[in-house]
Design a protein around this ligand. Structure first.
Ligand code: TXA
Ligand code: MG
Length: 349
């Protein structure tokens, strides 16, 4: 994905986008994971407008995106060797590191927490934007704070058109959206907390993603732990998140088939059309009010296509979406995390 020269039109567009960021405005941009809603990480007013646009609570931290050449010590109070090793292995790429925040970086970017989340994306448009933006800063250090460019709790955008659809209230003049094609990873970055090593608390996996626990363990020599009550807050770790509007259930295949075939009258008479997403061609394709969608059996391909599929199904007027439960293996950890939280949004507690 790196190394492709950008056209002069794209260059001019990126310079304009960087100027808009420097003026405190928001710019949505592509990354390899999902599209981000960016603002100047050192401008608390820009961060406040990100929160306002997303409808997100102000105590939720946002990730600061930096160019590959960025000086991480400008953003982090300390950079432990574990962080250096992970950056060396996975940056640029879909890994966010939580480190102690440098004192001069506004607390607004981390929702008042003493940490900062840092990520260097690999998407060429994201990198070029970050470079242009850093050039506009007197000290050459510029960071773009960006959550996923969706309304709070909703499905993250993997195409520029998804971003446009998420913010109908913002005109093109108010929100510039950079086109960067479909996101290749498709789900949000892996987040590893390294902010509490000084207190004797080892690396913690706050959010699973494309970079797996096993890959992190191979670099650090230790599996990242599970979040404890004092771990930094991650909004993506809320039990219910990443949800479409249509009620979604996650079911083992037998239960899904029972729901569809065992209760056809119920499905067809009272519930409207149902979308069933399964790994293999269904035994009986034409069945009542059910539309079958066969999904990828490779977890990376599934992840890449997941959010676009959920958005597509959301627009078809289905009364329910039924997803076949993927294998509960490490390779599927990130996908299971996202679809589990999406389904949890529809379980009344
Ligand atoms: O792949 C991604 O990470 C995408 C793209 C745009 O980079 N961004 C993304 O942002 O998913 P968002 O805000 O939707 O999720 C970022 C997560 C949130 O759950 C937030 O709580 C956590 O990162 N986070 C950010 N800074 C943090 C910090 N200082 N401490 C703890 N968690 C932090
Ligand atoms: Mg998000």
């Amino acid at each position: 994905m790196t190394g492709t020269p950008l056209s002069s039109d794209t260059g001019a567009m990126l310079r304009l986008a960087a100027q808009r960021l420097a003026a405190g405005e928001l710019v949505a941009f592509p990354t390899e994971t999902v599209y981000g809603l960016g603002g100047d990480a050192e401008n608390p007013a820009a961060i406040a407008s990100i929160y306002a646009a997303k409808g997100r609570p102000a105590n939720h931290p946002v990730i600061v995106h930096v160019a590959p050449e960025a000086d991480i010590t400008y953003w982090a109070e300390s950079v432990p060797p574990q962080a250096r090793a992970l950056m060396q292995a996975f940056w640029p790429g879909p890994l966010t590191l939580i480190l102690p925040r440098a004192r001069h970086i506004p607390a607004a970017v981390s929702g008042g927490q003493s940490s900062v989340g840092l990520r260097c994306p690999s998407h060429p448009i994201a990198q070029a934007l970050l470079r242009e933006f850093a050039l506009l800063k007197p000290n050459g250090q510029g960071g773009v704070a960006a959550p996923s460019a969706n309304k709070f709790g909703q499905v993250s955008p993997t195409h520029a058109s998804h971003v446009r659809a998420e913010f109908p209230e913002l005109s093109d003049a108010e929100l510039m959206i950079l086109e960067g094609g479909p996101a290749q990873v498709g789900i949000e970055s892996t987040i590893v907390d390294l902010s509490r090593l000084d207190s004797g608390i080892g690396p913690v996996l706050l959010r699973p993603g494309h970079v797996t626990s096993a890959q992190i363990a191979a670099v650090l020599g230790v599996e990242p732990g599970r979040p404890d009550v004092a771990a930094p807050q991650v909004s993506g770790s809320l039990k219910a998140h990443y949800a479409p509007h249509t009620p979604l259930s996650l079911l083992p295949l037998e239960e899904l088939l029972l729901t569809v075939f065992g209760d056809v009258t119920h499905v067809s008479s009272s519930a409207g059309r149902v979308a069933a997403v399964v790994f293999n061609e269904p035994p009986c394709p034409a069945s009542g009010n059910v539309d079958w969608h066969v999904c990828a059996s490779d977890p990376d391909v599934y992840a890449r296509d997941l959010y676009a599929l959920l958005r597509h199904l959301d627009q078809q007027g289905y009364s329910r979406i039924l997803l076949e439960q993927p294998p509960r293996t490490p390779a599927w950890q990130a996908v299971n995390d996202r679809i589990g939280r999406a389904a949890a949004a529809f379980i009344s507690s």
